[in-house]
Design a protein around this ligand. Structure first.
Ligand SMILES: Cc1ncc(COP(=O)(O)O)c(C=O)c1O
Length: 395
């Protein structure tokens, strides 16, 4: 079917989309309406951790679809319980609440911290967040985010989110008052440009939180579920947060997210939190299959090996073209271009023939790489080869 025949005008405008319609996906490859194939190093923005339409997910989805879809969030179901147990077994947390998106999980974290503040800290409600952070697109999570321009977009904001600078402990300490209940950050700022929080900063935040009786919240919507080479990125800094949120990779492509906390922080009372689809067996069955794969012996080791290889190849490319190096954790990496050619590269990569390449530029001078966690070395080589062709053309 020709692109012009698709009823694209029926969709509400929210962003500029290229004139192609994806019809199929398998592993690291997507196919569009013309049958052209694309090597996908975006994977739905770090969502499809097992690649497109992995067999493990198809099996879990089809088996559960024929069994039970949604008995109501007010009842227990087996996949919900199984996944909750997998998450508490493999993390430092004791309690799980399931949500449908990263933003919703973060809303839950904000509500949980405020509830805890009301119960245990004299009504403290402010959550210190980081400049350039990204926590979602609901009103509270937009207010928590430190994205430029978001303080006035859809004003008035939800109050109570003073901003500190990532990796600057003094900037956090300066904002602590009697009203402060928590500190919240992404272990690696993803949308902000793949900027890791240093281990010292994470450890310093844990100490500050303990000194001032604050909750330490990590938003692992992008960094969690194996993306950074460990199951959760907080493990890299040897600290234990009080609250963690997950999204993206936990569902491997289906809408699933989670809010986790330590037992002593779980302070919701009946009616405080919930939602029609929360913990539904269809999505949690898929999440359970995904976490089952990620925790198989050797899987995360494989992610670390692929990450080291990708990092090495990006560094070589940077040296070859005089770029600014690369950074990241695990398979969440960025190539620093030093010039604002990111958007042009993204477009030209997509339009390459006979096969296209999908990349992302969270900032104009940066390319971000979020391949499937089971990406092969051959696919990394192919991506690097295609990128080299484009950089040569631009040079
Ligand atoms: C760190 C982080 N938090 C929250 C979100 C929001 O997740 P969702 O788009 O599922 O609401 C994102 C999405 O990019 C994210 O990267």
């Amino acid at each position: 079917m020709a692109f012009a025949e698709y009823p694209v005008q029926s969709l509400m405008y929210i962003t500029n989309r290229p004139e192609l319609v994806f019809t199929e996906g398998k592993g690291s490859w997507l196919t569009d309406h013309n049958g052209k194939r694309y090597l996908d190093f975006v994977q739905g923005w770090a969502v499809n951790c097992l690649g497109h339409s992995s067999q493990v997910m198809i099996d879990a989805l089809t088996a559960q679809a024929g069994k039970l879809l949604n008995p109501s969030p007010a009842f227990y179901n087996e996949p919900m319980l199984r996944l909750a147990r997998q998450l508490t077994d493999h993390s430092c947390f004791d309690k799980v609440f399931f949500a449908n998106s990263g933003a919703e999980a973060n809303e839950g974290a904000i509500k949980l911290a405020r509830k805890w503040g009301r119960k245990h800290k004299g009504g403290a409600y402010e959550i210190i967040t980081m400049d350039h952070s990204f926590h979602g697109r609901t009103l509270a999570t937009m207010s928590a985010s430190g994205k430029a321009g978001w303080d006035t977009l859809f004003a008035p904001q939800v109050p109570g989110f003073p901003k500190a600078d990532l990796n600057d402990l003094a900037s956090v300490e300066k904002l602590i008052t009697d009203k402060t209940v928590a500190i919240m950050l992404e272990p690696v700022q993803g949308e902000g440009g793949v900027i890791p929080a240093t281990r010292e900063f994470m450890q310093g935040l844990r100490k500050l939180a303990d000194q001032h009786k604050l909750l330490f919240i990590v938003d692992e919507v992008q960094t969690g579920c194996g993306r950074c080479g460990t199951l959760f990125a907080y493990e890299l800094s040897g600290v234990e947060p009080d609250i963690m949120t997950l999204g993206k990779g936990i569902g491997g492509g289906v809408p699933l997210a989670a809010l986790l906390c330590k037992a002593e922080v779980a302070s919701f009372e009946a009616g405080d939190q919930g939602g029609t689809y929360n913990g539904n067996p269809l999505m949690t069955a898929v999440g359970s299959a995904v976490i089952g794969e990620l925790t198989k012996p050797g899987f995360l080791q494989g992610v670390q090996e692929k990450a080291a290889y990708l990092s090495e190849q990006l560094l070589a490319l940077s040296a070859e073209f005089g770029l600014g190096g690369e950074r990241g954790e695990g398979l969440l990496r960025a190539l620093v271009l030093n010039k604002d050619i990111g958007p042009q590269l993204v477009e030209e990569a997509r339009e390459m023939q006979p096969e296209g390449l999908l990349l992302n530029a969270p900032r104009p001078s940066l390319l971000r790489f979020m391949p499937a966690l089971n990406v092969t070395r051959e696919e990394i080589d192919q991506m690097i080869g295609m990128l080299r062709t484009l950089l040569k053309k631009l040079a």
